[in-house]
Design a protein around this ligand. Structure first.
Ligand code: GDP
Ligand code: MG
Length: 174
């Protein structure tokens, strides 16, 4: 069995739920209070993945980078992205303008990491109807970008699709 570490980043507008998704995935918790992130915080979480080609299990340690809320993608410095193998791009389904910025966030990440992979999380899915979620998932798929893997409707509150987002990204980067 071997262990490898990979850096991934959470990217998205202020208040979309980046810190909450990490907290749900790493600590299995959710808080309604606003969890302000000061500067950059790095969380670690190891997951087991099976490598079907080599028929062995791999322990992947994710180094999950979380950044203080920024409303403009231009404000995120390239050093935050540097060395990352993947990113989770987060939007808030109750704030359409945060969804419109997703494609710019993907481009900014891909520019620094052309080989990197991205998964889109349309977060706070517990707050809107399922029919809208389906539409949003279709609308916010970016098959024209090489880094794009897939889009999920997620909820850090209920836990829906949170593990799926992280494990899908993990599989795509090893
Ligand atoms: P960040 O700025 O992107 O890190 O956003 P936070 O994780 O701090 O979340 C901002 C606010 O949205 C907080 O009040 C959270 O409790 C709330 N929030 C985050 N994710 C969800 C979710 O999936 N559903 C609901 N209902 N609220 C959420
Ligand atoms: Mg935060």
């Amino acid at each position: 069995m071997s262990t490898i570490s990979k850096k991934i980043c959470l990217i998205g507008d202020y208040g979309v739920g980046k810190t909450s998704l990490i907290r749900r995935f790493v600590d299995r918790q959710f808080s309604d209070k606003y969890l302000s992130t000061v500067g950059v915080k790095i969380s670690r979480k190891s997951i087991e993945l099976s490598d079907s080609e080599q028929q062995k299990n791999i322990t992947l340690q994710l180094l999950i980078w979380d950044i203080e809320g920024s409303t403009k993608f231009k404000g995120i410095s390239a050093s935050y992205f540097q060395g990352a193998k993947g990113a989770i791009i987060v939007g808030d389904v109750t704030r359409p303008e945060s969804l419109e910025n997703i494609s710019e966030h993907i481009k900014a990440f891909s520019k620094v990491n052309p080989q990197g992979k991205t998964v889109v999380a349309l977060n706070k899915s517990d707050l809107i109807d399922a029919e809208y979620l389906e539409k949003y998932c279709q609308l916010y798929s970016f098959s024209d970008n090489n880094s794009f893997v897939s889009t999920y409707a997620s909820s850090a509150k209920s836990g829906t699709n949170v593990d799926e987002i992280f494990t899908t990204l993990a599989h795509s980067i090893i």
